[in-house]
Design a protein around this ligand. Structure first.
Ligand SMILES: *[C@@H]1O[C@H](CO)[C@@H](O)[C@H](O)[C@H]1NC(C)=O
Ligand SMILES: *[C@@H]1O[C@H](CO)[C@@H](O)[C@H](O)[C@H]1NC(C)=O
Ligand SMILES: *[C@@H]1O[C@H](CO)[C@@H](O)[C@H](O)[C@H]1NC(C)=O
Ligand SMILES: *[C@@H]1O[C@H](CO)[C@@H](O)[C@H](O)[C@H]1NC(C)=O
Length: 339
């Protein structure tokens, strides 16, 4: 198997002692729904790509691990939902086209769209001799905000972008859209905070029950503060946007043509954000975090149950909001934050 460049470097430095999960999930739906930030709204304000369990719906309550019948993720006990805004290309002629999503080449071939999901410990190879507690049923959180300015990038060092030469490119990580066409597409990275206040499954802003101590991206998290003393897995998403069909349509004035679905047309990507709804069945995530497996060595019951790419791709959430999101569109789907 292929590890990411950074994982390889880390594994070379220290023998793996504590589990790290990295796995693919195909797209379970692309829809205007957001059960964390806008529960019950159908449609929600902007379009998302969602992966994970097929119980995804306008409103979600209780233990998501007990809901739905399938998941689009490799690990078949993981009915969690993971989502981000989607990317559009804005043509000089004023129309928009949704950027297709492709799978990371470190994952099994054939995964349709989706994201790469990571649950690491203090870093890739060690828990730093601390107990890493799995998220409890009903847990949810977000990172980033669609209305953030540049300060959003200072606050959240785990929200980054990579201009890809190919699907294996991992560096450099930058804090805005690339300023020129990228040969192999654009990767968006969303790292969540890992320190929990130990009490709340959610909070009014969906963020203050968590605290971030990561220096950057996949770096080792510093100690959790007394206000948020419980260390949880470091959750991260990577999404690969296949922008190559637009490389010959770059605007003549050199301005940035990419726009996230929430509609900020400043040419900056500072409003990048992601949502998480925990839904692993029973104690499966804790079992994995307690073990010492790495990446796909955690499959086939060692210790996690897994499924084939065909089974992942076959899992879809119900289409509640019916609207066209493909082809050249006159407007972005929904009312953007500017409406
Ligand atoms: C805008 O440009 C795209 C790409 O060339 C083209 O397919 C589309 O028809 C154009 N739309 C308008 C309204 O000119
Ligand atoms: C849009 O993005 C710009 C640049 O980051 C930022 O200054 C502005 O506040 C954003 N607008 C909204 C409404 O979020
Ligand atoms: C992919 O791009 C990286 C640089 O971003 C380079 O180091 C690597 O050799 C390339 N891999 C392939 C297979 O071309
Ligand atoms: C995980 O490890 C903790 C601490 O050693 C233990 O209390 C717990 O029972 C373990 N859980 C699982 C599911 O293995």
């Amino acid at each position: 198997m292929k590890y990411s460049q950074k994982a390889l470097a880390l594994v070379a430095l220290a023998a793996q002692t504590d589990a790290a999960l990295r796995f693919g999930c195909s797209t379970v739906t692309i829809q205007r729904l957001d059960p964390v930030v806008e529960p019950g709204n159908s449609p929600s304000a902007h379009l998302h790509q969602v992966v994970g369990g097929n119980a995804f719906a306008p409103e979600m309550k209780g233990d998501i691990g007990q809901q739905g019948t399938c998941t689009s993720c490799v690990f078949s006990e993981d009915f969690s939902n993971y989502w981000t805004a989607v990317l559009f290309f804005k043509h000089e002629n004023g129309t928009y086209k949704r950027v297709p999503i492709m799978a990371n080449d470190a994952l099994p071939a054939g995964i349709q769209g989706g994201m790469t999901i990571y649950y690491t410990q203090q870093d890739f190879s060690s828990n730093g001799k601390q107990f890493i507690r799995a998220f409890p049923p009903g847990f949810r959180m977000t990172v980033g905000s669609p209305t953030a300015g540049k300060d959003g990038m200072t606050k959240h060092k785990g929200l980054r972008f990579t201009c890809l030469d190919n699907k294996s490119t991992r560096f450099p990580e930058i804090d805005d859209f690339p300023k020129k066409p990228c040969k192999g597409g654009i990767m968006t990275e969303h790292h969540f905070p890992a320190c929990w206040n130990g009490k709340d499954l959610d909070s009014p802003d969906h963020q203050s029950h968590m605290y971030d101590t990561q220096p950057t991206g996949f770096g080792a998290g510093a100690a959790c503060p007394a206000s948020h003393p419980v260390r949880m897995p470091q959750l991260a998403y990577e999404t690969l946007w296949d922008t190559t069909q637009f490389n010959n349509m770059w605007p003549k004035d050199g301005s940035n043509p990419f726009v996230f679905s929430f509609g900020n047309q400043s040419g900056h990507a500072y409003g990048t954000h992601a949502d998480y709804m925990f839904g692993w069945k029973g104690d499966s995530l804790q079992r994995a975090m307690n073990s010492s497996c790495m990446f796909n060595a955690c499959e086939n019951g060692r210790p996690l149950l897994s499924q084939s790419v065909a089974q992942m791709n076959a899992c879809k959430a119900k289409e509640v909001v019916k609207e066209n999101t493909d082809g050249w569109l006159k407007e972005l789907p929904g009312k953007s934050v500017f409406a």
